[in-house]
Design a protein around this ligand. Structure first.
Ligand SMILES: [Cu+2]
Length: 281
């Protein structure tokens, strides 16, 4: 018994420690949300806490009433059972109290839905296109796009999480509101990043919209969350959030590396290609 208690304490300590560690990715023994990295996710976590509190209260009340009824009305203690079947006060109470509880949940829930729905004065727009089985990211304001495929196990560098790392990471500025537009080319996908509280379906022929304001620089991971075919589990989302100035520098280099939105090669890339041809005999 003592050993069991010790094991339980150890497991709880490990769970607690992993919850504390900052990371925008799943953790061993993680049982709760990833730590919030956007205003949306902060609100989702606090609403979940509020609703869990209500659930806990109801569970304790119902369990206590059940235990009391079992003890108080057992045959030995209550040999002559009451025969009444209606009680107006009781019925009014057990109808109105749950209705009030539902209202208490509905109000903050709808407020959060509308908060998530309305893009808050976005300073940039990124369009995300789902394919079987990779993502294309289009930087609408900077005129370039690239594909992001999952890194195979043999290509992983130390520290890169398996099944979550991509060959081209999405770089985004931290601290500014970003409009996200999702669509798909073939079947329905879903772009989901738990730490951001974003999970939006990417549907062929439709343009869905969401937004994110990343609280602080860091690495964040997500996955396609709509069953889209055999490789559904192998189209991860890898995002590096950086300070605004660093983002500007990355954009400058990305423009020389990736194709324009219309599919043409970047001018600097062409010049380099032409230059290398001239050097050939
Ligand atoms: Cu999928």
């Amino acid at each position: 018994m003592k050993r069991f208690g010790l094991a339980l304490v150890t497991v709880m300590a490990v769970i607690f420690a992993t919850q504390l560690a900052w990371a925008g990715e799943p953790q061993p023994w993680g049982i709760s949300f990833q730590r919030a990295a956007s205003p949306t996710m902060e609100r989702i976590a606090s609403l979940a806490g509020f609703i869990n509190g209500i659930i806990l209260g109801i569970m304790l009340l119902v369990s206590a009433l059940l235990a009391y009824a079992c003890w108080r009305f057992q045959a030995a203690r209550n040999p002559k059972p009451a025969k009444w079947s209606h009680n107006t006060m009781l019925e009014v109470a057990w109808t109105s109290i749950p209705a009030i509880i539902l209202l208490l949940i509905a109000v903050p829930s709808f407020r959060l839905l509308y908060f998530m729905d309305k893009v808050q004065d976005a300073e940039m727009t990124m369009k995300i296109v789902g394919h079987q089985w990779y993502w294309t990211y289009e930087y609408q304001d900077h005129d370039f796009k690239f594909d992001a495929n999952m890194l195979q196990d043999e290509d992983l560098k130390p520290g890169q999480p398996r099944l979550l790392s991509a060959d081209n990471e999405v770089v985004l500025p931290a601290g500014i509101p970003i409009r996200l537009q999702m669509t798909a080319e073939d079947v329905i996908h879903s772009w989901a990043v738990p730490a951001f509280g974003v999970k939006t379906d990417a549907i062929p022929g439709r343009l869905n919209e969401s937004w994110v304001q990343i609280s602080q620089p860091g690495l964040y991971y997500g996955q396609c969350s709509q069953l889209c075919g055999v490789n559904h589990g192998f189209m991860p989302i890898q995002i590096r959030a950086v300070p605004k100035e660093e983002f500007a520098a990355w954009v400058a280099s990305a423009k020389t590396k990736f194709t324009h939105l219309d599919g043409t090669k970047p001018a600097i890339g062409l010049a380099l290609a032409a230059g290398s041809k001239e050097q050939q005999p």
